[in-house]
Ligand binder design. Structure first.
Ligand SMILES: [Zn+2]
Ligand SMILES: [Zn+2]
Length: 239
């Protein structure tokens, strides 16, 4: 079966994300866009995933949890999990490795933790768009240790893309899946991929509601699986 996905979406927890892009809005927009599966992946934090999973269940969209890890080199790596429990375990690990800088909401933007009805539960004090002390070469191993998968994010972007930072995608990372922002860049960037049969994701990296689903990503999964099995099968396809 072919499913429609968007596995890289930010919410109001990311300083650069729209303050009105609540976890429930992400799930609702995913449904409106006709997505079968979507992932909430804020910068270095999954603290809006509990609300996102509840809202996704309400709207009938298969949720993946995760975050967009900033490595010590400043490269973005998308980390995805098929359950909320694994997601939040990984969230605690990444938070312990975040380089602590106080957020300045007036300069960087608010970092809002919200519940599934959009109520503000907390404001994250440390700047989430900074780096962690986790090396690029260790990101996949850490994600796997927590039961998930990781892949270099938007390798065709100048800002925080692996190719822009390293000049290529270093094979030491061990990655077999990769994310591109723009389908038109596929041929130009294939030469940088250190895998024989790479899996390529096309995600929106949405920071505003209207951007969700814009990358038009689709994926083949085994026939006959139930909606509840979609997140696990997506991870399997990416490993
Ligand atoms: Zn990024
Ligand atoms: Zn992003």
């Amino acid at each position: 079966m072919r499913i429609r996905y968007d596995l890289h979406i930010h919410s109001c927890l990311s300083p650069c994300g729209d303050d009105e892009l609540t976890p429930a809005t992400v799930a609702g927009m995913a449904k409106l866009c006709g997505l079968d599966a979507c992932a909430l992946t804020d910068h270095n934090s999954a603290k809006n995933c509990p609300a996102f999973f509840k809202a996704a269940a309400f709207y009938g969209v298969a949720p993946l949890g995760g975050l967009e890890l900033s490595t010590v080199e400043g490269v973005h790596v998308l980390c995805l999990f098929d359950t909320l429990e694994k997601t939040m375990d990984f969230d605690r690990f990444v938070y312990s490795r975040l380089l602590r800088t106080e957020n300045r909401p007036d300069f960087f933007g608010e970092q809002l933790v919200r519940d599934e009805e959009d109520a503000i539960l907390a404001r994250e004090p440390y700047l989430l768009s900074g780096d962690t002390d986790i090396p690029f070469s260790e990101a996949l191993g850490h994600a796997k240790r927590y039961g998930g998968v990781a892949l270099p994010a938007h390798i065709d972007r100048q800002a925080n893309g692996a190719v822009a930072v390293f000049g290529t995608v270093p094979p030491e990372g061990g990655f077999t899946s990769f994310e591109l922002r723009d389908r038109d860049n596929l041929n130009a960037y294939k030469i940088y991929l250190p895998a024989d049969d790479p899996v390529i994701l096309f995600d929106s990296d949405a920071h505003r509601a209207e951007e969700i689903g814009a990358a038009g990503g689709t994926m083949h999964l085994p026939d006959g699986i139930s909606p509840a099995e979609i997140p696990r099968e997506i991870l399997r396809a990416l490993l």
